[in-house]
Ligand binder design. Structure first.
Ligand code: 2HA
Ligand code: ZN
Length: 272
């Protein structure tokens, strides 16, 4: 038994592979983080090593104090995660103030956690609070169609949400809150992290214009499924607009009927 046999690490690796297989992780694109449960920490702890220095996160996230996260490494390729997990991912421990992290396992040949660590941790901070601890996965990927949409449409939450909802009947059920849009910003820092976390107060999906998407979910399946559903919707959008003139679509009344039948609250301000 090694640490990488643990179920949460296996699930993390499978998700990374699936994202790569779908073309969302060219080169070192994308990153993934998972807030470990106390049970995960108990079973993983015997494999921890204690020689890494404490590093500032660059922002204080007090409600993550003492949490452990499994995260991808900066500059690492999703393509390589399953063949050498201990070299491409790591576990970090957040200090008692939520201001510093320390690697406790992984990145065995050196390296640092994902360049988008501020965005991941700020999103986790928001979601831990709003989900009463239930939400554990934050996923960033570069799905082709959703990126392409950000060149064509006005960058507002309502426009994107309405189009994505109406491209396939299950979309409003999968993301009834809609999606938020972050205008183009420099990636990898505190500012884009704050802008994304603000949207995560309202949504489980934040689209970064001309860059990619962030999804949040309670577990690996839900979070991967959310990314997959939104990206598929974007793909349908392109097939439709490039194929001809739209004759009919899902109407606002259809959306209301769906919400009623599936017991979800569609964001009212996005309906006509
Ligand atoms: O290269 O996706 O946003 C990793 C990224 C940065
Ligand atoms: Zn990216």
């Amino acid at each position: 038994m090694t640490i990488t046999d643990l179920e949460f690490i296996q699930s993390f690796i499978r998700m990374a592979n699936d994202g790569f297989a779908l073309g969302w992780h060219e080169r070192n694109g994308g990153n993934l983080s998972y807030r470990m449960t106390s049970e995960d920490v108990v079973v993983a702890k015997p494999f921890f090593k204690d020689h890494h220095p404490s590093v500032p996160i660059g922002i204080a996230i007090p409600n993550l104090a003492g949490e452990y996260f499994l995260v991808t490494g900066s500059g690492k390729f999703f393509r390589n995660i399953s063949i050498a997990p201990e070299d491409n991912i790591c576990i970090i421990e957040i200090d008692g103030k939520g201001e510093n992290y320390r690697i406790v396992w992984g990145l065995k040949n050196g390296g640092t956690p994902t360049s988008e660590l501020p965005s991941h941790l700020l999103n986790h901070g928001v979601k831990k609070e709003s989900s009463h601890g239930g939400l554990r996965v934050i996923y960033h990927a570069h799905p082709t169609n959703i990126i392409a949409m950000t060149f064509l449409l006005p960058l507002d939450d309502r426009t994107f949400s309405r189009i994505l909802w109406t491209m396939a009947t299950e979309c409003p059920v999968v993301f009834p809150d809609g999606v938020g849009i972050v205008p183009w910003m420099v990636p990898g820092g505190r500012e884009i992290g704050i802008a994304t976390a603000e949207l995560m107060e309202k949504y489980n999906v934040a689209i970064w214009a001309h860059h990619g998407m962030f999804c949040a979910g309670i577990d690996f399946d839900t979070t991967f499924g959310l990314m997959h559903t939104v990206e598929k919707s974007a793909e349908i959008y392109f097939k439709v607009i490039s194929a001809g003139k739209v004759r009919q679509t899902i109407t606002d009344q259809n959306l209301r009927d769906l919400a009623k039948a599936f017991h979800v609250n569609l964001r009212e301000e996005f309906l006509d």
